[in-house]
Design a protein around this ligand. Sequence first.
Ligand code: GDG
Length: 467
Amino acid sequence: MSETVQEKASFIVVANRLPVDRVISEDGEESWRTSPGGLVTALEPVMQNRGGAWIGWHGAADEKVEPFHHDGYDIIPVPLSSLDVERFYEGFSNGTLWPLFHDCIAEPVFHREWWDSFREVNRRFAQAAADHAEQGATVWVQDYQLHLVPKMLREMRPDLRIGFFLHIPFPPPELFARLPWRTELVEGVLGSDLIGFQFPGCVSNFIRMAKRLPGVEGARGRVHLPDGRMVAIKSFPISIDAVGMRNLATSPQVLAEAENLRHELGDPSTILFGVDRLDYSKGLASRVRAIGELFESRELDPEHVVFLQLATPSRERVAEYRALRDEIDLLVGRINSKSTSLARSPIAYRYTSVPRQTLAAMYQIADLMVVTPLRDGMNLVAKEYVACRSRNDSALVLSEFAGAALELKQAYMVNPYDIDGMKATIMQALRESPRVKARKMRAMRKQVFDHDIDLWAGTFLSELEGD
Ligand code: GDG
């Protein structure tokens, strides 16, 4: 395989972010390291086999980085200015689409200059894909930030096969219809040959929306456009590298780190664990409230039980995220300050991200995993936890509003808006007999190992390429 950047690629992934992070060594030498993540794990082998390119932003504004070869495939950076970051990324992507697509849990903000920037940046990504694609190449566009790319790209390069996967939910038309640019967004993604969603509800929401366009007819799993084209629309629930996760979690280093962690937490008899990007869609506030009340009422004994919550910093320049951070700080502080023990706090809350190995150690020590998003496309945390639990001795509390709930049916399901219901279910899960817990965990593990990330990518691509 060549070490230089190829002029054209037969397989291209287009995503807002590149799969690499810049690292600067002590002597100031710059290099790029593969960023950990399911998508990269899934797509790297495909790109290495076929010769591929990944198009995306490298994460720093106002800087142009030349294409380079990395780990067997090409990296094609798309530059963003600080104004693009403000309007396209923080603005339209995360201030308009993210809340709108998550059932308006937060109020979506509509600004015309954000929209203009969104269109312009989407065109830049489409152009980069058009420039680097071989004749007849397959281009796989990822996620809501690039909703307009498929149509733009098709206009530039009608010879390409274009797939689009939305990692977040697609909302009901009743909510989506608020968007002043709803028609452009639907038409944009209809430039694809195949559109993938996380779960069937998104497929029907999208088809209902598409059918509002003149001349568009929709049937099960596809829509027919006035120009005669057919677009296939299906659900492809995303997953994880289950074997990789299990191997990491059972490695001697992780087991040793797990032991240290448990000790650092004061060797409690029971550990509840939550880990999320600090995002209002993840339902952190109601989770902390529910568990805080259980500590207060002594249903959970703070002498023996710890709730470990890790919140990964995210979108810190968007106002809602800063407000959420303050809200959680306040809530946790209030609960911990009521604790009678001077030695230890019932909630061990950390606003930070940790290396993957440490995360695996945390999954290892968690007797109960609490995953309670108000709305979530899938939720990989739930699947990662299940993959790590080889001893089948623990339980997963899961929101019915996460895509993962459709697959991990044996989890203890909760409605995250119902604090009393959540409290009761957490206690039920903790008191469950080992036999029942083991049966549930075995069934969920089978689901995750049988439906891993390779299957997800393979199924999408063979559907797109008609193999
Ligand atoms: C979007 C959709 C969909 C978290 N903290 C740390 C860390 N993580 C890793 C987890 C997991 C990932 O981040 C989070 O994935 P989720 O699926 O839970 O959530 P989103 O980031 O919102 O992802 C979601 C997903 O796309 C895929 O389609 O499931 O619905 O919203 O892998 O492990 N990793 C490390 N340190 C941390 O502190 N190393």
